[in-house]
Design a protein around this ligand. Structure first.
Ligand SMILES: Nc1ncnc2c1ncn2[C@@H]1O[C@H](COP(=O)(O)OP(=O)(O)OP(=O)(O)O)[C@@H](O)[C@H]1O
Ligand SMILES: [Mg+2]
Length: 139
């Protein structure tokens, strides 16, 4: 069976004024369809760095990452990154708005997700009035 994502000998160093930080050292991993994978390790061991690289947010590494063609990915960042001056609904539709893609179908889907995630009654709230878990669900 072919993997969805193949990570081969991935190494990532950060370079700062204080010197070199070895964030990921020669990791190889195959991820297959239907798998649920938990990445466990102490703070600072490189989990977020690995996810950033897999999500194409960071292309400065050595090694290889091979993804299945047309693979769709979603990435919930460690920090929810919501804009505090927008309501959670405005946050949720921001990407669609920027892409000029606020079609009826997409708006219906957003509304469906708000109900599914028990956020419907908080639509007009600002992020600061939500719990951590609620903010993550919005994000
Ligand atoms: N932008 C950056 N510049 C320099 N060093 C960084 C940067 N981002 C992360 N690091 C360093 O790389 C290492 C891995 O960080 P990373 O954020 O991947 O850890 P983590 O496993 O996600 O930790 P946590 O469990 O605390 O979220 C740490 O030593 C961190 O200090
Ligand atoms: Mg992290």
């Amino acid at each position: 069976m072919n993997s969805l994502i193949k990570i081969d000998k991935l190494t990532k160093n950060y370079y700062t004024k204080e010197g070199e930080i070895k964030a990921i050292n020669n990791i190889s991993l195959d991820i297959y369809e239907g798998e649920i994978i938990a990445l466990v390790g102490p703070s600072g061991c490189g989990k977020s760095t690995l996810l950033s690289i897999i999500s194409n947010l960071d292309s400065n590494y050595s090694g290889q990452i091979i993804k299945k063609d047309n693979l769709k990915m979603a990435y919930m960042l460690q920090s929810d990154a919501l804009l505090p001056w927008l309501t959670i609904y405005e946050n949720a539709i921001l990407g669609l708005k920027i892409k000029n893609d606020l079609t009826k179908e997409n708006i219906d889907y957003v509304n469906y997700l708000f109900k599914l995630y028990n956020l419907d009654e908080f639509k007009n709230n600002y992020p600061k009035s939500l719990s951590g878990g609620m903010k993550q669900r919005v994000a």
